[in-house]
Design a protein around this ligand. Structure first.
Ligand SMILES: [Zn+2]
Ligand SMILES: [Zn+2]
Length: 362
């Protein structure tokens, strides 16, 4: 089998990486405030200093040797479920059959061209900020749509299921108003409840809430430590855990009209995605779907797509008020609201990708 890196990937690193990899190393960033201001000068955080944790995006930024890229890719693919745990002990910086197989599965799970190589498109996807929930590798070859956690868990209640949710009294972010955060989550939950017969209700009783929401930094006690700015953005757990954790290190935004940071992450998009996990969905290879694993800075993806709806309705049934016509009407309204018609979506995505690459190689 041919294990060589593609010409485009090699050219990419030889030409772009050296001038885009400043001599700065991550250890220079003493505080979160320092990191934010270095990654994006427009951000002026006022939060208390907190230690910075390495993440794979930063590691990629500081690597331009082919062998380093391969090693980092192996760690990433192991982290998100593409290389078996027992293989970790034998990780090296060489291309091998296991890596090629993992790359093929990764490309298939992300709707990429399946080449089995660490080509430009694959490495760009690896560098994109994403959800921390590991991808479920389909045993059916090349699943092209929504998937579930092993065992297909779901919430079980009697008729008229209503799940409660609450915000942690201790683990919140302070630069956004609580009322704005509440409004974002209310809209995110309502998107899912509009398509399935499940209601969501906010409660102040955090201890007994079905779904517990909080913003955490680094190691927060569930063996899934957050990694600082970008990289992993959030994670949540399968039914009926209800744990909903967001990385406090991100620059969360509720309104890109007033948030100028180029590395800001849309809170509502991530909230909508994580609720899908809480209900029992895992990641889909459909790029337009809410349950696609990655989200670029300043990207907004809040409208459930057909793949999301079919997946969650197969678990819970349909909301009697939901019709496909209402979905189409909402699509038209959304595209009008965002001032870009469907025909320009592809162009818009290319623009976002270029913006991301610029960010990563400032
Ligand atoms: Zn996810
Ligand atoms: Zn967690």
């Amino acid at each position: 089998m041919n294990h060589s890196l593609s010409i485009s990937a090699i050219l990419y690193f030889l030409i772009i990486s050296p001038k885009c990899l400043p001599a700065t190393v991550i250890s220079e960033y003493k505080t979160l405030e320092d990191r934010h201001s270095k990654l994006d000068p427009s951000v002026k955080t006022s939060s208390a200093a907190s230690p910075i944790i390495e993440n794979y995006q930063v590691s990629f930024l500081n690597s331009n040797r082919e062998s380093d890229i391969i090693g980092l890719s192996k760690n990433y693919l192991h982290r998100f479920g593409y290389l078996r745990p027992q293989q970790k002990v034998t990780f090296n910086n060489e291309l091998d059959d296991e890596l090629e197989s993992a790359i093929i599965q990764f490309q298939s799970s992300h709707g990429l061209s399946v080449t089995g190589k660490l080509d430009f498109e694959t490495i760009a996807q690896i560098k994109t900020p994403r959800c921390g929930v590991a991808d479920v590798i389909s045993t059916l070859h090349g699943s092209k749509r929504y998937q579930y956690f092993p065992g297909r868990p779901r919430w079980t209640r009697r008729m008229h299921m209503t799940l409660t949710y609450a915000f942690s009294p201790d683990y919140m972010i302070r630069y956004l108003s609580f009322s704005d955060i509440r409004a974002v989550f209310k809209r995110a939950f309502s998107r899912w409840s509009s398509v399935i017969p499940v209601g969501f209700s906010e409660t102040e009783d955090y201890v007994y809430a079905d779904i517990k929401i909080g913003f955490y930094s680094g190691d927060h006690g569930d063996s899934e430590p957050f990694d600082g700015i970008l990289g992993v953005l959030a994670h949540s757990f399968s039914p009926e855990s209800g744990k909903f954790h967001l990385d406090a290190a991100e620059r969360w935004a509720v309104d890109f009209g007033s948030e100028e940071s180029t590395i800001a992450i849309d809170l509502e998009s991530v909230a909508t995605h994580e609720i899908g996990h809480l209900l029992g969905l895992t990641h889909t290879p459909i790029k337009e779907a809410v349950m696609y694993p990655s989200l670029k800075p300043r990207e907004r993806k809040t409208d459930l797509q057909l793949d999301d709806i079919q997946g969650v309705q197969a678990l819970y049934g349909s909301n009697p008020n939901f019709t496909m016509n209402s979905l189409l009407e909402s699509d038209i309204a959304t595209n009008h609201a965002f001032h870009y018609p469907i025909t320009t979506t592809k162009f818009f995505n290319i623009f976002v990708l270029m913006l991301l690459l610029k960010l990563l190689y400032f």
